[in-house]
Design a protein around this ligand. Structure first.
Ligand code: PEP
Ligand code: MN
Length: 292
């Protein structure tokens, strides 16, 4: 195992050799299946979650949800509480955004995932959402990890943009240790040096996290690149690397997006991505065991 994490305080090694005891994969066949309505992570078919960065309006949210449904995606995403770098940027619609997500679920049957920013918000977000997202900027917010760990809702845990894979698994450990077994890991790009890219999608992390942990691993090619033109290629690459699914930003009217329009794909591009993802997922399905 690598060097100790964060504050350098020592932790006792887990049974599988890592300091994460509950997140560690104990044998090569151990895989946790996480179900969120019709979306089944690690269930064989890659799960495609799509929708806008932020919930902006009723019209936008319903249009996005209908597009995701028509394209064959299994879940709707959309932020109601947004963690923005600038306090002057659009912060999200708050509870009204959660209501719109619930309405979109009613209209389409798609389960919804949305971000929770602080421990106090967990009951409110869990009341409306099917899955709680812990964002990159909050991966090491330990009170929040404990808070979602006490929730009944499955959790989508994004990797911190400067976090090692071990730190990410330790964050998952907090959630598991608090009693919530339904954690899906999400690689969303790490900080690197190229100003042409918002982040650098670390595809090494996908097979590595799946080797070290039994938890499902999905990929966010939108934040991982910051460029719409790269999203399809990196979606395909993520599935080829073994990802159990994708979370993709798609906006029905990209030019008008209040948040992350540059990396949001258009509806027809989502159709392409779901098609490619399904074809590749089927092609890469494990072969039946050889009978001697
Ligand atoms: C998001 O999914 O909109 C988001 C803010 O992602 P991240 O936490 O990965 O930046
Ligand atoms: Mn975004």
């Amino acid at each position: 195992m690598g060097a100790g994490i964060g504050n350098g305080c020592s932790v006792t090694g887990g049974a599988a050799g890592g300091p994460y005891r509950l997140a560690a994969r104990r044998d090569p066949l151990q895989r946790t299946v996480v179900r969120v309505g019709e979306a089944v992570f690690s269930g064989g078919r890659p799960v495609v979650i799509a929708g806008p960065c932020a919930v902006e309006s009723r019209e936008q949210t319903l249009a996005a949800a209908r597009t995701v449904r028509a394209a064959g995606g299994q879940m709707l995403r959309g932020g109601a509480f947004k963690p923005r770098t600038s306090p002057y940027s659009f912060q999200g619609l708050g509870e009204e955004g959660l209501r719109l997500l619930a309405e979109a679920r009613e209209a389409t049957g798609l389960p919804v995932v949305t971000e929770v920013l602080e421990p106090e918000q967990v009951p409110l977000v869990a009341h409306y959402a099917d899955m709680l997202q812990v964002g990159s900027r909050n991966m090491a917010n330990f009170p929040l990890l404990r808070g979602v760990g006490r929730s009944e809702r499955p959790v989508l845990l994004k990797r911190g943009m400067s976090a090692t894979v071990e730190e990410w698994l330790m964050a998952a450990e907090y959630i598991l240790e608090a009693g919530n077994p339904n954690v899906v890991l999400c690689e969303r790009g790490i900080r690197s040096f190229d100003p042409l890219l918002r982040f650098t999608l670390d595809l090494n992390a996908v097979p590595l996290a799946r080797e070290l942990s039994h938890l499902p691993v999905i990929v966010d090619p939108s934040h991982g690149t910051g460029r719409r033109s790269l999203v399809r290629a990196m979606s395909v690459a993520a599935i080829a690397a073994g990802a159990d699914g994708l979370i993709v930003e798609m906006h029905p009217d990209r030019g008008a997006a209040l948040c992350d329009g540059e990396q949001s794909i258009a509806p027809d591009e989502l159709v392409e991505i779901v098609r490619a993802t399904d074809a590749l997922g089927a092609a890469l399905a494990p072969a039946p065991a050889l009978v001697a």
